[in-house]
Each structure stands twice: as structure tokens, then as C-alpha cells.
Design a protein around this ligand. Structure first.
Ligand code: BTN
Length: 244
């Protein structure tokens, strides 16, 4: 599937490298991996902690030429397929927290950041970025992440072979992207979501609504049932669990 790939030592951000290569006309699809990032990006302008040789920093670049509405659920879809892979390979109880986090026992092990360039109603360039904590140990995380972040090795009790898992993930994501672009995904997305949905049935609050998370729509928006029984549909945002 991939035309080629770029493997680098230290970079600012693999998403930035992928965007630069897209702008200079590199044939797609390709992917970028790096040993560490000096300016790893998270959602909402946050920094992504990216220590050297420990974790996977991956960006996949595509030129889909599809309307943005056709790509709305790509991050959720790839997140679910990653949950499946990690569960089936390592027997880990991985869950997805809408819209872009993967968690084990409520702690974040991966974040996804999809960035796209749209012109005259078509998505021309798309970069899917994945940061997966593979071998970070408790003490590698900065203080403020201690209670909220985790890694595969922390859950398995032993370090993993980083290049082996990187190969597996790239291979799996390439299949998942092809399924997505071939339109084989919508029913499976609806079917898989409840199996891995971290927020399901939880009391949550966001900037727009408070209530109980009750799954997603076919467009990938979050459904929240308010106390009065009405349903709020959230297209984007930051979700926190409500303390009961
Ligand atoms: C988030 O949880 O806010 C998303 C984090 C995404 C991090 C990955 S690491 C590889 C790629 N390059 C970046 O700069 N960000 C993504």
C-alpha cells in the first residue's frame, strides 16, 4: 500500500515532516517515523511528550481527494482498529475515549491527531498522526502525567520490541485505511464502537453539555443524554468524567 517511508532520528514533529513532504509533492501514501520529537503536537495546541527510542511516533500521509464528510470518522475508525490489534496481540483491555485517545484502565497510552488540508470542497492532504507509549516507564513521564498516562510495557510488566510493534501497526493501519477508503467500514464502525467505548454509560461534562455518554452517531459525533432525557450531539470537544 505505501509508496515509501521516511525513518528519522530527531524531528520537530512527524506530522510536520509529513505535511512538508506533501507540500513538496512526495507521492502518497507514505509514512514517517522518528526516534524522538522536539515539538510533538497534541490536540488543542498541547505538547506530546516524545522521549527518545521509547515510543512510536508515526504519521501517515494520504491524498484522498474525497469530500471532508467522507473522512469524518477516519480517526475513530483507525483508533478502533488499533484497539482490536492491541487487544488481540497482547490481551490488553484497550479502550477508545472519544474523540482521539486510547486508554488502558482509564490511563492514556496513545493519542491520535489527524490534520487535513481542504480545497474547493475536497480533502487534498491528510496526515494521521499516532503517538503510542510503548516502553515509557512511570518515572519517564513528567510529574503532571503520572496519574493519567501509561504505556504498553507498564501494563505488560516487560519492555517490548519497538520496531516489531511499529511494523505490526503500520501493516494493520494500512489495511484499515484501505478498508476505510473502499467504504467497507461504516457498519463495522457502528458494530465495534460499543465494544471499545470508554465513555459508554459514564456521567460526563463538556463545554457544550452534561449528561451520560450514549455512543456515537454514524458521522462520529458523540451522543450525550441529558438529565431531562434529551440528546445532545457533540461534533468536537474535550470530555471529562463527572465525579459522582
Ligand atoms: C493528542 O492526544 O492530543 C494527540 C497526540 C498525537 C501525537 C502524535 S506523535 C506522532 C504525531 N506527530 C505529532 O506531532 N503528533 C502526532
Amino acid at each position: 500500500f505505501f509508496e515509501d517511508h521516511i525513518a528519522l532520528g530527531e524531528v520537530d514533529s512527524t506530522n510536520t515532516v509529513a505535511e512538508r513532504e506533501l507540500s513538496s509533492g512526495r507521492p502518497t501514501p507514505f509514512f514517517v517515523v522518528a526516534d524522538c520529537q522536539t515539538a510533538g503536537r497534541g490536540r488543542r495546541g498541547r505538547n506530546w511528550h516524545s522521549p527518545q527510542h521509547k515510543n512510536l511516533y508515526l504519521s501517515i500521509a494520504l491524498r484522498p481527494s474525497l469530500p471532508p464528510s467522507r473522512l469524518q470518522t477516519i480517526t475513530l475508525w483507525l483508533g478502533l482498529r488499533l484497539c482490536q490489534l492491541l487487544r488481540d496481540t497482547y490481551s490488553l483491555p484497550v479502550q477508545i475515549k472519544w474523540p482521539n485517545d486510547l486508554l488502558i484502565h482509564g490511563r492514556k497510552i496513545a493519542g491520535m491527531l489527524t490534520e487535513a488540508r481542504v480545497d474547493s470542497e475536497f480533502t487534498r492532504d491528510l496526515v494521521f498522526g499516532l503517538g503510542l507509549n510503548v516502553n515509557t516507564s512511570e518515572t519517564d513521564f513528567p510529574e503532571e502525567l503520572h496519574s493519567i498516562a501509561s504505556s504498553l510495557s507498564m501494563n505488560l510488566g516487560q519492555p517490548l520490541n519497538l520496531s516489531r510493534i511499529a511494523h505490526r501497526i503500520v501493516h494493520h493501519l494500512s489495511d484499515a485505511i484501505q478498508d476505510y477508503l473502499n467504504e467497507d467500514y461504516a457498519d463495522e464502525l457502528a458494530h465495534l464502537w460499543p465494544e471499545f467505548d470508554f465513555l459508554r454509560g459514564q456521567g460526563i461534562s463538556t463545554e457544550q453539555a452534561e449528561g451520560t455518554a450514549v455512543g456515537i452517531t454514524r458521522n462520529g459525533s458523540l451522543r450525550v443524554e441529558r438529565e431531562d432525557g434529551s440528546i445532545a450531539i457533540l461534533h468536537s470537544g474535550e470530555v471529562s468524567l463527572r465525579k459522582s
